[in-house]
Structure formats: C-alpha cells, structure tokens
Design a protein around this ligand. Structure first.
Ligand SMILES: [Fe+2]
Length: 295
C-alpha cells in the first residue's frame, strides 16, 4: 500500500530515543503554569461530546465511547501517570473504551505498558489498535504485544472488527494495522464490516483515510477515530511547528467531515521526543452517540 508522504525507508526507521535535551527537560519543574509548555504536557483534559448521526440506528442511542490515544509510556510518561490515566478513564464508566495506539515509544515499551496492568474498564469491551511506535521492531515483538494486551483485558483490533448487536441492528468497530509501520489490510477490514448498520473505523494515523475514499464503493465507515498528530504537540494558530502527518495540518486536531464521513482526530495523552505541549492540550474523549433517526 502506498504510504502518502512517507517513504518506505522513513516508515521503517528505528525509533529515536528522547535524547539528552528531552531527558533534561523531563527533570525541569512542571507543576507550575510558569513553565507553561512543560506544565501543559502533564495535564489531561476530558473532552465530553455528543456525536449526532442520522445514519446511526436508534438502538445505539446513548452508547458511551471513551477514546484515548498516544499515551507514549516511557521516560516522559511514567507508571504513576499511567495509573492516574486508568482511573480517569475508568471513572467515566464507558460502554466501550478504545485505545488508539502508541502505548510506548517502541514495541518493547508498548509491551511494558500493558505489563503494568493498567486495568482499563468498560461495560462492554476494551479495544486497542496499533500505532506506528507499537509496530517498531523487532517483528517478533508483535505477538508478545498482542498477548500483553489480552492479559490486561484489552482486545487487540488489527485488520479486524467487532460487532455489537442490539435488537437486530449491528454496530461494527473496525481497525487496520498501523499505516506507517504495520501491514494494513483495508480490503479485508472493509469485508469484515459488511452488513453493518453503522461502522466506526479506528486508525491511529489519519493519513490512511484518503486511501479509503478511493476504495470501490467509497469509505466503509461513517465515523473515524484517529490520533498520531498530537494536535501538532506544539502548534501556533492551529498549525503544527512540525507535523507528523504526510498531509500537514489537514488532520491536525478535532472534527472533520470529508467524503461523507465524520472524522475525529485526538491530540492524544502523552508526548513524543520532548515533554512539551503548546496549543495542543493533552486529552481523552468521552463520545456519546446520538441517533437523530425518528423513533
Ligand atoms: Fe503518538
């Protein structure tokens, strides 16, 4: 699959350590807004939104979904913050929790993250998709990561889909493998969504979405949930200083509507490279589905 804006060499390069500057910055005081970018990076905001859709069957009215992406457990996001994050999510008592990938800085870190047993809870299911950092080397780590996820009660969703049925109606949540570092299979994932009444497609990296626009029959989903961009992590006037997307600021942060589908791109929870944020608050999302179909 063509990976827009990223050569195959780039997409498979070894992950960088946070480096000396990152380590030094991580030691600076961050409990006061005086050091605002450091302070902001250690905050966590819960964005509560109602998502209305005329395509959603009324049987799923009120379904509560938590979406949390880009935790980046490691030197910049330690165990204490993992426990706080888990409590924040669990206190929301969602029906479904979806983890949007980039659990660590690389696959070893992602495995260690789930070995901490964060214990995410939901009324129905906790799902986890792959981020580009999670699929970074070695390949033998991939099954170990899937095992670590399952042992903490998280169902990995990789080129696969799960179905929730209510009174004969089917809501499907689907995810491909990571677009930059994994082996995404859009055709099979779309096939798994056949006969669905409503599909939520989760992709860590939003850059795959235009690929779905070009599929036969168009996108196989109505709502996409993405992360990866960190909202730019450092952004001024809605523009990233350095975008991690091949599409620049097209999918930077928040809600978009393209090609008949709704898209939500999260700023994510943690940080990458440096422990700073500006203009891109760290966030998790509580999305309540609302059917606008007449009763
Ligand atoms: Fe990330």
């Amino acid at each position: 699959m063509k990976k827009h804006g990223v050569s195959s060499k780039e997409s498979h390069k070894k992950p960088k350590d946070i480096g000396l500057i990152g380590r030094l910055m991580a030691k600076l005081p961050s409990s006061s807004p005086v050091f605002y970018p450091l302070y902001l990076a250690k905050q966590l905001y819960t964005v509560e939104e109602v998502y209305p859709s005329s395509q959603l069957p009324k049987e799923f009215n009120g379904l509560r979904i938590v979406f949390a992406s880009d935790i980046h457990y490691g030197k910049l996001f330690g165990e204490e913050r993992v426990r706080l994050l888990s409590k924040r999510i669990n206190d929301l008592k969602a029906d479904i929790v979806i983890l949007g990938g980039d659990y660590g800085e690389h696959s070893d870190g992602a495995i260690r993250f789930f070995q901490l047993k964060p214990g995410f809870q939901a009324n129905q299911m906790v799902l986890g998709v792959m981020g580009n950092h999670d699929r970074m080397y070695p390949e033998e780590n991939f099954p170990l990561l899937l095992d670590a996820m399952r042992s903490d009660g998280v169902t990995p969703l990789v080129n696969d889909a799960v179905t929730i049925e209510r009174e004969g109606k089917r809501l499907v949540i689907a995810a491909t493998d990571d677009f930059f570092s994994g082996n995404p299979d859009l055709s099979y994932t779309a096939y798994r969504c056949r006969n669905a009444d409503f599909v939520i497609y989760v992709s860590h990296i939003p850059d795959i979405l235009p690929e779905t626009y070009r599929m036969p029959g168009g996108p196989f989903y109505q709502l996409a949930l993405c992360g990866h961009t960190h909202g730019g992590q450092v952004a001024i006037a809605g523009k990233a200083i350095k975008s991690s997307s091949g599409y620049g600021n097209r999918f930077l942060s928040g809600w978009y509507h393209e090609n008949g589908v709704d898209i939500m791109v999260s700023n994510g929870v943690g940080t990458s490279s440096l422990p700073v944020r500006f203009g891109a608050k760290p966030q998790i999302h509580l999305i309540t589905l609302r059917s606008t179909q007449s009763p």
